[in-house]
Design a protein around this ligand. Structure first.
Ligand SMILES: NC(=O)c1ccc[n+]([C@@H]2O[C@H](COP(=O)([O-])OP(=O)(O)OC[C@H]3O[C@@H](n4cnc5c(N)ncnc54)[C@H](OP(=O)(O)O)[C@@H]3O)[C@@H](O)[C@H]2O)c1
Length: 315
């Protein structure tokens, strides 16, 4: 089978497409003939080996030689003890622990996957698992009368987060680059802020979901109403550590909550987003699709911040 190989950390040009043996599913695993794999910022971080948390499990080189975790495709082989799937089932999920999605076939843990609804196409399905889980958990608490801010609102998770918060009745502000302001408004954002021009911490919010944390905990505290909550999912390591330590203290003594969101994985955490997409209540926004041979370009597009929403590779 053809697969993308990453044998060290670096820039997209280190990725090669090679002929590899077909992977065999072990106990509790299935093999998926991949139709679509979406690109997440975590794939870019895994390519670069930065921030440092991207090297967990592989200090010098990635633990898994083929990247790509958000897969959608057909089950074509099953390992011992698999009970939920049969050969020929259409599935999708976040294969974060085994990866291998930028390939014609990938082996996944059974519990990472769920059945793909017939009306959801493979490209849309692959766009949902990781971003949808982040957005769903990150916007928990959005409600009528609340002010919600999504930092990094024009990216993969932001697409869902803005729509979910808006659907929950909140007043929503998205922060991203100038090129994504209209895009965020098209998703329902009431306000859109260019982070290179304006400082979002000069206004106050009840809930902040931050994809790219890099400010001080005092800035985040300043941006929260009393009783408000700040959750970050990604960003620079020093900032994340400060949020976990000083942020927790600053929040506690000022009647706010500052912390990092450890996103729960698995179908229970992303299929509600797929259900909302199927019901026409929210949209997957896929900007571009790339062939397997163009995986480096797909990752480069996300890394350079050029995508409006999701980018998908279709092996
Ligand atoms: N905590 C957990 O358990 C967990 C689990 C899975 C993933 N994650 C992490 O969650 C994050 C998810 O991000 P994603 O997939 O939504 O990323 P994404 O698609 O790349 O979106 C991030 C957006 O933020 C923008 N941005 C960059 N710098 C910014 C700044 N200073 N201020 C405001 N916006 C800025 C980017 O635009 P430009 O690039 O154009 O600037 C981009 O539009 C990743 O870091 C991933 O590692 C966490």
């Amino acid at each position: 089978m053809k697969a993308v190989v990453q044998d060290r950390y670096g820039t997209p040009d280190i990725l090669r497409v090679e002929e590899l043996p077909l992977p065999q599913p072990r106990s509790g695993q299935v093999r998926v003939k991949v139709v679509a794999t979406s690109v997440n910022l975590s794939d870019w971080e895994n390519l670069r080996g930065r921030p440092a948390y991207a090297r967990i499990g592989g200090l010098r080189r990635p633990k898994h030689p083929t990247p790509g975790s958000d897969i959608a495709g057909w089950v074509d082989a099953i390992g011992e003890g698999v009970t939920r799937f049969r050969i020929g089932d259409a599935v999708y999920g976040d294969n974060l622990f085994l990866k291998g999605g930028f390939a014609e076939y990938a082996v996944a843990v059974e519990t990472a996957l769920t059945h793909k609804p017939t009306d959801l196409d493979f490209v849309a399905a692959s766009a949902i698992p990781q971003s949808g889980a982040i957005a769903l958990q990150g916007t928990h608490g959005a409600a009528p009368g609340t002010r919600v801010l999504i930092n990094g609102g024009g990216g993969g998770s932001g697409v869902f987060a803005i729509q979910l918060a808006k659907r929950a009745g909140a007043h929503v502000t998205g922060v991203d680059t100038a090129a994504k302001l209209d895009f965020m408004r098209s998703l329902g954002a009431d306000e859109a802020i260019d982070y290179r021009q304006d400082d979002f911490t000069r206004q106050r919010y009840d809930l902040i979901l931050d994809m790219v944390a890099h400010r001080s905990v005092f800035a985040y505290r300043r941006a929260l109403n009393r009783g408000g909550r700040y959750r970050c999912v990604g960003g620079t390591v020093p900032t994340l550590l400060r949020v976990l330590t000083a942020g927790a203290v600053v929040g506690a003594v000022t009647g706010r909550r500052l912390g990092m969101l450890a996103v729960k994985e698995g179908p229970a955490h992303f299929s509600p987003v797929a259900d909302l997409c199927l019901a026409g209540e929210i949209d997957t926004r896929v900007d571009r699709t790339y062939s397997l041979e163009e995986t480096a370009a797909a990752l480069g597009c996300v890394g350079a911040g050029q995508a409006l929403g999701k980018v998908v590779v279709t092996p």
